[in-house]
Ligand binder design. Structure first.
Ligand SMILES: N[C@@H](CCC(=O)N[C@@H](CS)C(=O)NCC(=O)O)C(=O)O
Length: 201
């Protein structure tokens, strides 16, 4: 028995939910769980000492955590080829870029939602957006040929990162000035696995 600790709004958990659908691993159970840096869910903490989702609970071994490790595990389990040897460093680097966008976006969201209002620091929020914006510019400038190739884990991570920007930071208008990425996202978002996992509060 394998169970994924997940949440409908989490972009990191979404990468795993998309992977599960894309690779038809329908024997993995999903448990939705709410956790924040200031209110760590005990089940999450028991699975992952740093208290973050997603985490993967297994009957036959210790929990696996950090979405990129879970993705490698489930990819190997299914023999899915989402980390192709022929372009492994490109796939991993683009995947890391997508995760960087998600991390910066989540930091912005937490600053507004988790910290008391009088402790929020707008320049810090803007500095996080600068990270995401630079990463988006790099993808637009350098990574579109990879994204137009066969789907691998970097595609899934990038689709989830952009979906999270639409979900939580719509006002930043990430599409402005990034026509190629805009067009790619519009196509990728139509995949059944993406449609089935649109973030929800
Ligand atoms: N590097 C981690 C990041 C996971 C992460 O930040 N998840 C968020 C939800 S989207 C979380 O669990 N936050 C709770 C916390 O930071 O305490 C991964 O890829 O799994």
């Amino acid at each position: 028995m394998i169970t994924l600790l997940s949440a409908p709004a989490s972009p990191f958990a979404r990468t795993i939910r998309v992977l599960l659908l894309e690779t038809a691993q329908d024997d993995v159970a999903l448990t939705d769980i709410a956790t924040t840096p200031m209110a760590t869910d005990p089940t999450v903490a028991a699975a992952n000492p740093v208290g973050k989702i997603p985490a993967l609970l297994r009957d036959d071994g210790p929990a696996i955590y950090d979405s990129r490790v879970i993705a490698r595990f489930l990819n190997a389990r299914a023999g899915a080829g989402l980390y192709p040897d022929a372009r492994i460093w490109e796939t991993l680097t683009l995947e890391a870029t997508a995760h960087g966008i998600m991390e910066a976006a989540l930091a912005m969201v937490y600053e507004k939602r988790v910290r008391p209002e009088n402790k929020q620091h707008q320049p810090w929020i803007e500095a996080q957006w600068d990270k995401a914006a630079r990463a988006l510019d790099a993808v637009e400038a350098r990574w579109m040929s990879h994204l137009s190739g066969p789907v691998d884990m970097a595609h899934i991570a990038m689709g989830c990162a952009l979906g999270y920007l639409d979900f939580r930071l719509d006002d930043r208008n990430w599409r402005r000035g990034r026509d190629a990425l805009t067009a790619w996202e519009a196509g990728f978002a139509t995949r059944p696995a993406m449609r089935a996992t649109i973030p929800a509060a």
